[in-house]
Structure formats: structure tokens, C-alpha cells
Design a protein. Structure first.
Ligand code: UTP
Length: 295
């Protein structure tokens, strides 16, 4: 019997330099994908996987994240008074549930590994999920739910992976694999941004993890790796010496919203997928493409 995955860590304290100036005063993960912030999709994904508690690791100037999931009384009163009940219902569906969210300040952006370590007291001694919110996933069932299902089968640690675009594996964290059964394979290693031609596979770590709590002890050593940052992958490689790791090639597509073109692709993809506005979005995009032929 595996212990259930009840908690998720969402590190959002990065500076978002690749999506400036948009991310200057709006935290990167509150940038819109179509009509709602990136975090709205990610929280829905976590809930669909059975997550009961979300631990956000925030940085300075990110109060807006906490506010987004809270009531906005003036706005709600105005919508109520004007009879705009649909918009009001949409707004209320975004609210956090009582006691569902915690916010921990990472006082310096020392790296993803350090951000995750900041959640140790709130996670305690149980396995947990890590969600990198800027990696937005379109998947059915939702990506983390696929990860939890794999965990319920094999236990240990799970990393969701996806094939990197042709010739781009060297830009990502890449996994090395042992024996494979369907979409699930035993992991034998992991390497951050391998030199072109040395990639152990074409599968990149796409931003959803299920980890055992022993990772905190390893992260607590505060060893720096690539880019002088405390890397989560370095601690995972160490944990691999004593615990099992599986890579799940999940069924879906990842959009890197921490990158300008990735964010644009996410906007288009999520707009097209909307049952209510997808057709209107398609017509608008096609009209724009006709009006702007390749130069
Ligand atoms: P990224 O490197 O993609 O985010 O980190 P970033 O630092 O915001 O990006 P750029 O390069 O400046 O544009 C992956 C995830 O880890 C979080 C980020 O917020 C992002 O969700 N992170 C990273 C932290 O929470 N703290 C850190 O110290 C570093």
C-alpha cells in the first residue's frame, strides 16, 4: 500500500526574466493564458489529482497570487448588483478552499531545489507532488492525475516526461531509462542540459514530480550545481541511490509558459480547446494568419 499524495509544492518564486517586461509587476504565473492566469489551470490540475493542500513558494512582490485565490468583495458586490451572475460564478469558482493553500516565502531565489526545501515543514513525513506551474499541460486525464495513478502502481518516486522537439534535447533535463513497460520506465539517471549528441534519451523532465520526503534531507545540504543554483535534479540523482524512480511518458502536451513563444502557444492551444469560445478563437486566428501572410 502506497501512502496517498495529499500535498503539492508549487514553486513560483523565480524572477521570470524570460517573460519580461510582462512579469515585472505581475508574477509570471499570474500571466493570462486565454482568459485566466496560468495558476488557475494548475490548481485545477492539482485538485483533479486529489491534492488537498497546495504549498506555494513565493518571492517578494507576489502578494497578488494570494489575493487571486481570495474574495474581492467590491468586485463581487458590483457583479451581484448588476446581475452579472455568470461572470460572478466564474470568479467564485477560482477561490481557494478554506485551509487549502499555504504560502511560504523563499527569501532568495537560490534555485528550484532550495524552493522545494522551503516547503519541508508543511509537507512533513509524507510523499508529495511538485508542480512547476509555468509548465502548463494539456492532457486528459490531467497530467498529475496520470502521475498519481502511476505512483499507485509502482510507488517510490515518479517523474513525468515527454519527448523533446527534434534536436532540442540538450536544452532540457533528460532522463536515462532502464526497462520499460508501456508508458512507465525505470529511471537509471538524469542529466541537466546534456551536451548535444550525449543525451541518454529524448525524454525531458516536464515539470510534474512525485517525491518521497527523504529528498528534504538531501536538499538540506544546500549543495549548488548548474548555474550556481541548488538544483532539484542533483538531489533526485542522490536519492536514486537508495530509492526507486520511474519516468512516466504521460499522454498530453506541455507548454513552457516561462518562454515568450511557449506562452503564445499555450494561449492559442487553450483558446482553441475551449468548448464555448474555441470556434470564435479559431476564426480570429485564421483571419489574422490570412491578413499576415509570411514575409
Ligand atoms: P525557471 O528557471 O523556469 O524560472 O524555474 P525563472 O527563474 O522564473 O525563469 P527565468 O529563467 O528567470 O525566466 C522553474 C520553476 O522554479 C521556480 C520558478 O518560479 C519556476 O516555477 N523557482 C526557480 C523558484 O521558485 N525559486 C528559485 O529560486 C528558482
Amino acid at each position: 500500500m502506497t501512502k496517498p499524495i495529499r500535498k503539492a509544492v508549487l514553486p513560483v518564486a523565480g524572477l521570470g526574466t524570460r517573460v519580461l517586461p510582462g512579469a515585472k509587476t505581475t508574477p509570471k504565473n499570474l500571466l493570462n493564458v486565454f482568459d485566466r492566469p496560468i495558476l488557475s489551470y494548475v490548481v485545477a490540475e492539482a485538485r483533479a489529482a486529489g491534492i488537498e493542500h497546495l504549498v506555494f513558494i513565493t518571492g517578494r512582490g507576489q502578494h497578488a497570487i494570494e489575493d487571486y485565490f481570495d474574495h474581492h468583495f467590491e468586485l463581487e458586490a458590483q457583479l451581484e448588483a448588476k446581475g452579472k451572475s455568470e461572470i460572478l460564478a466564474d470568479l467564485k469558482a477560482e477561490l481557494g478552499r478554506p485551509g487549502e493553500m499555504s504560502f511560504v516565502r523563499q527569501m532568495q531565489p537560490l534555485g528550484l531545489g532550495h524552493a522545494v526545501w522551503c516547503a519541508r515543514e508543511l509537507i512533513g513525513d509524507e510523499p508529495f507532488a511538485v508542480i512547476l506551474p509555468d509548465m502548463l499541460m494539456q492532457a486528459n486525464p490531467p497530467a498529475l492525475a496520470q502521475g498519481v495513478a502511476a505512483y499507485e502502481k509502482v510507488g517510490g518516486n515518479i517523474v513525468l516526461v515527454e519527448p523533446a522537439p527534434e534536436g532540442e534535447a540538450h536544452k532540457y533535463g533528460i532522463v536515462a531509462l532502464g526497462e520499460r513497460e508501456g508508458r512507465l520506465a525505470r529511471m537509471t539517471g538524469m542529466v541537466e542540459k546534456p551536451a548535444p549528441g550525449t543525451e541518454p534519451s529524448n525524454l525531458f523532465i516536464s515539470g510534474r514530480y512525485i517525491l518521497q520526503p527523504e529528498i528534504f534531507e538531501l536538499l538540506g545540504a544546500h549543495e549548488t550545481g548548474a548555474g550556481g543554483e541548488i538544483q532539484l535534479t542533483d538531489a533526485m540523482v542522490k536519492l536514486m541511490a537508495t530509492q526507486s524512480f520511474h519516468a512516466l511518458e504521460y499522454d498530453g502536451t506541455t507548454y513552457d509558459c516561462g518562454d515568450k513563444i511557449g506562452l503564445l502557444r499555450a494561449n492559442v492551444a487553450f483558446a482553441l480547446a475551449r468548448p464555448d469560445l474555441g470556434q470564435a478563437a479559431r476564426e480570429a486566428i485564421e483571419a489574422l494568419l490570412r491578413a499576415n501572410p509570411p514575409r
